[in-house]
Design a protein around this ligand. Structure first.
Ligand code: HEM
Length: 252
């Protein structure tokens, strides 16, 4: 585990030697700095999810509208590429920090450390400890992401029969039919349902926790924060789940 930690720490070690950057990197390497980075990357990903859900809900407006939306997105060309690099960096940062925090916790947990206790109660996360639930649901979201990029971006979803023109991964004219081909494939529909529920659980704790990291942590606020996290999380996850349910319900 300590070898893994050393490897994960190499980029930070390298950057800390860069003149002028050293003090910033050292500040971000502390546990407070890591919490801030985790919260910032997490909330940026929530922003992405809201925009992405907005795009996906256009499926309800029909084939023409959704394909036009997909074509417009692809026509952004280099701008889209830059946004994608930013997005994947955020995912990498968020996942990297989660792995490194888990590795540090397990090293420090010689005395069965109190991370297992959560004061949130049953309302947000079932018992078992917030950090454990975040890890399990985070892992499911990661599995989902790998499958999702293969399914939607690369059009190489296992067992999915895409409409013919989908062979060109950049083609947007079939976007509507491609999405339906993925979501109407039963193993994919099950995977998406399970992982989107995991997303709802992950976000309901994550959003609240990130807002607390940014200082919204007061006993008068906690009730509002818990509800904000819960409602926003399930609005996002529920929105995506509704798309899977819709794809299964429509005939063609
Ligand atoms: C029913 C649920 C969802 C549907 C139907 C859906 C649909 C799509 C489609 C059609 C694309 C391809 C866009 C393109 O043509 O380039 C895409 C890309 C993507 N989706 Fe989803 N999505 C869903 C849920 C999610 C969730 C929950 C996440 C994150 C946890 C996510 C993350 C991504 C990412 C990272 C990309 C690649 C973005 C890019 O490189 O431009 N999606 N999705």
């Amino acid at each position: 585990m300590s070898a893994l930690l050393r490897i994960l720490g190499l980029p930070a070690l390298f950057l800390s030697k860069v003149p002028g950057l050293g003090s910033v990197i050292r500040a971000l390497s502390t546990s407070v700095g890591q919490k801030l980075l985790m919260a910032t990357s997490g909330l940026s990903l929530v922003d992405f999810l809201i925009v992405h859900l907005g795009g996906n809900l256009q499926l309800y407006a029909g084939e023409e509208v959704f394909n036009a939306y997909a074509a417009k997105l692809h026509s952004l060309g280099p701008l889209l590429a830059i946004a994608e690099i930013g997005l994947f960096s955020m995912f990498a940062l968020h996942i990297g920090l989660a792995v490194s925090t888990a590795a540090m916790n397990s090293t420090a947990r010689a005395s069965s450390y109190a991370m297992k206790q959560t004061k949130q109660g049953l309302f947000v996360l079932p018992s078992g400890g917030a950090s454990n639930w975040m890890m399990v649901t985070g892992l499911l979201i990661f599995v989902f992401l790998v499958s999702h990029i293969l399914d939607m971006k690369l059009k190489k979803g296992f067992g999915v029969s895409y409409p013919p023109a989908a062979a060109d991964a950049g083609d947007a004219t079939n976007a509507f039919q491609n999405v339906k081909a993925v979501l109407q494939h039963p193993p994919h529909a099950i995977l998406y349902f399970v992982c989107l529920i995991a997303l709802g659980i992950h976000l309901s704790h994550g959003i609240r926790s990130a807002l607390q990291t940014f200082g919204l942590n007061h006993k008068n606020w906690n009730f509002i924060l818990r509800w904000t996290g819960f409602l926003l999380a399930w609005a996002i996850a529920g929105g995506f789940i509704s798309v899977v349910a819709w794809a299964l319900a429509v005939k063609n």
